[in-house]
Design a protein around this ligand. Structure first.
Ligand code: PMP
Length: 422
């Protein structure tokens, strides 16, 4: 990574050209001001080499299992358009006006009812509407993290959460776990050793592994959190996308964790990510600190989007049911063809919901090194390494199973098989 010192000279202004050039030679290069030195935190959180390779996957001939994109053909264009039109027709002055930082009252009320119905009694005031749940993570980092503070995470962990914690200057420490998520004994040891500020979890249909923490494990973690006095961030953008198995309660609703858990939700995966709508449920003092951070970040989430979403919530369940049926078929299509595509000795998760599936190839494989070969075959995945907060497992990769049709999934896996065999 370049330092500010090595960046500055490349951007330094050339001296002004000699007057003779103005008459006979080429036009003088316009002077460019040197870049101010970048803040150390952005210098240490690098861009990703994977990003550059995956940039080509936007080409139509590439079957892209890499992006975490909801299927665009399932967006309820007409329903969402009607909700926007309704918001504009009925309340134009409100819809186009500045709003409160905490969020539009109608949306907060509808959200609170939704969260309450799903097992966690919540009042409208207990929530802060955010510009996607990604913003909720940033707000929490601003409100809680000092450089050098420790955040405990799962291994592997949602990539952009690692980025947020890194930008805040936090030390990120991975807690060992198994197929069911973070191990409670290892967690207790890590808390005693590291004295963390936060524990960050995606307990349901995790990004990147697709795994779900069973109820018993959640209860055990809640007990550890209570005993050790640690705060949990429970990030749940995928929970409504369940295709089979039993509903599992939020950690935020369990005894011991209920007064020390921040719950994050999002409309990105169930409505449309372009709306940039999420929410955060937290105790009053922390919520107020997040609201101050949000004021500084963007004043408020777009009013029109909030009002339209509040209206759309009336029909959201019907829409989610449709999406679940289609995504479930796509997951099954991927699971059916993985054995033929992957080399002998590979293992993979069998998610009960969400968007992702996690593959572990035999140990001799390096998925980062193999990615260009896959892209040559016009198929893409995300190598697993960047998702690890500590020593990565180079033979892992993430596949998104919701964006393509079953036919495309079959063809994509055929290509992946070729790339891995070549
Ligand atoms: N958390 C997790 C675990 C995610 O996978 C994502 C999106 N990929 C987000 C948060 C951010 O979602 P959004 O900002 O679109 O709500």
């Amino acid at each position: 990574m370049s330092t500010a010192e090595s960046v500055a000279p490349r951007h330094a202004a050339p001296t002004v050209a000699a007057p003779a050039h103005a008459v006979t030679g080429p036009a003088p290069v316009p002077a460019r001001a040197p870049l101010p030195p970048l803040a150390p935190r952005v210098r240490t959180v690098g861009g990703s080499p994977v990003r550059d390779i995956l940039a080509v996957t936007a080409r139509p001939e590439v079957i892209n299992f890499a992006g975490g994109l909801p299927a665009p053909e399932l967006f309820d264009r007409d329903g969402i358009a009607a909700a926007f039109q309704d918001a504009l027709a009925r309340t134009p002055a409100q819809a186009l006006q500045y709003s409160t930082t905490e969020g539009e009252p109608t949306l907060r009320a509808a959200l609170a009812a939704r969260v309450t119905t799903r097992g966690l009694p919540t009042t409208p005031d207990e929530q802060l509407v955010t510009t996607g749940s990604q913003q909720a993570l940033s707000l929490l980092a601003t409100a809680l993290l000092e450089p050098g503070d420790t955040v405990l995470v799962e291994n592997p962990c949602y990539l952009a959460a690692l980025q947020v914690f890194g930008l805040a200057g936090a030390r990120v420490v991975a807690v060992p776990g198994d197929e069911d998520g973070v191990d409670p004994v290892a967690l207790e040891e890590a808390i005693r050793r590291e004295r963390p500020k936060l524990l960050y979890l995606v307990p349901t249909f995790q990004n990147p592994t697709g795994r779900t923490m069973p109820a018993q494990r959640r209860t055990a973690l809640a007990a550890v959190a209570a005993r050790e006095g640690v705060w949990i961030v429970e990030d749940d953008p995928y929970g409504e996308l369940r295709y089979d198995g039993e509903h599992v309660p939020w950690i935020a609703s369990l005894p011991g964790a209920e007064d020390r858990t921040v719950l994050l939700g999002s409309f990105s995966k169930v409505m449309a990510p372009g709306l940039r709508l999420g929410w955060l449920r937290a105790p009053a003092e922390l919520r107020r600190a997040c609201a101050v951070a949000k004021q500084a970040a963007d004043l408020h989430t777009p009013t029109l989007n909030q009002l339209a979403a509040a209206r759309y919530l009336d029909v959201l369940d019907t829409h989610v049911e449709r999406v679940r049926a289609v995504y479930g078929e796509r997951r099954d299509a991927m699971l059916a063809d993985l054995p033929a595509a992957l080399p002998a000795g590979s293992r993979w998760s069998r998610p009960e919901g969400g968007m992702f599936l996690w593959v572990r190839l035999p140990e001799t494989y390096d998925t980062l090194a193999l990615l260009p070969r896959a892209v040559e075959q016009h198929v893409a995945y995300v190598p697993g390494a960047p998702f690890y907060a500590d020593a990565p497992e180079p033979s892992t990769l993430r596949l998104c199973f919701v964006t393509q049709t079953p036919e495309e999934i079959v063809e994509g896996l055929r290509r992946l098989g070729r790339a891995l065999r070549d």
